[in-house]
Design a protein around this ligand. Structure first.
Ligand SMILES: Cc1cc2nc3c(=O)[nH]c(=O)nc-3n(C[C@H](O)[C@H](O)[C@H](O)COP(=O)(O)O)c2cc1C
Length: 138
């Protein structure tokens, strides 16, 4: 079995999304992901996204290209990109969490883009931990 490829990124929306807009995006993503074996988690908080996508490498790279061209958000910061032993969100074609209004720390730390290479490596570890912790509250 080939290894699983995973990307974690953070991004920003140009305005605050309504629950309806988020649901539309989610529905579109879930349907498409299910067809091509992509799983993951989409977290949204007050105008920022953080998403994990995982699956076959080429499918992930193709999806990431589409996502990076999507005008519904901008300022994408790549937090992690690489092979992992097993899926971290195997039960979800795209799990979803809306943390708007939640005061929990961590999410906004990733949205500062001018980080050194060293800091970026630390952030990748933190991003992974943050996303995995979200799994516990779903
Ligand atoms: C934050 C965000 C997350 C997205 N996540 C996914 C996803 O997991 N799967 C997906 O198919 N599309 C996702 N999309 C939508 C894609 O950017 C794109 O609109 C979709 O793949 C359809 O592209 P196509 O019409 O060129 O096939 C996401 C968009 C945004 C803004």
């Amino acid at each position: 079995m080939s290894k699983i490829f995973q990307i974690i990124y953070a991004s920003t929306t140009s305005y605050l999304y309504t629950e309806k807009e988020l649901n539309n995006l989610l529905e579109q993503s879930r349907t498409a992901n299910l067809k091509i074996g992509i799983t993951g988690l989409l977290a949204y908080k007050d105008g920022n996204f953080m998403q994990t996508i995982e699956g076959q490498e080429q499918k992930i790279m193709e999806l990431m290209l589409k996502i990076s061209r999507d005008t519904r958000h901008h300022g994408i910061i790549l937090m992690f990109k690489g092979f992992i032993e097993r899926r971290e969100f195997s039960n979800w074609s795209m799990a979803y969490l809306n943390l708007s209004g939640d005061s929990s720390e961590g999410f906004s730390d990733f949205l500062i883009s001018d980080k050194s290479e060293h800091e970026k490596k630390i952030s990748a570890g933190k991003a992974k931990t943050l996303m995995l912790n979200f799994r516990k509250i779903m």
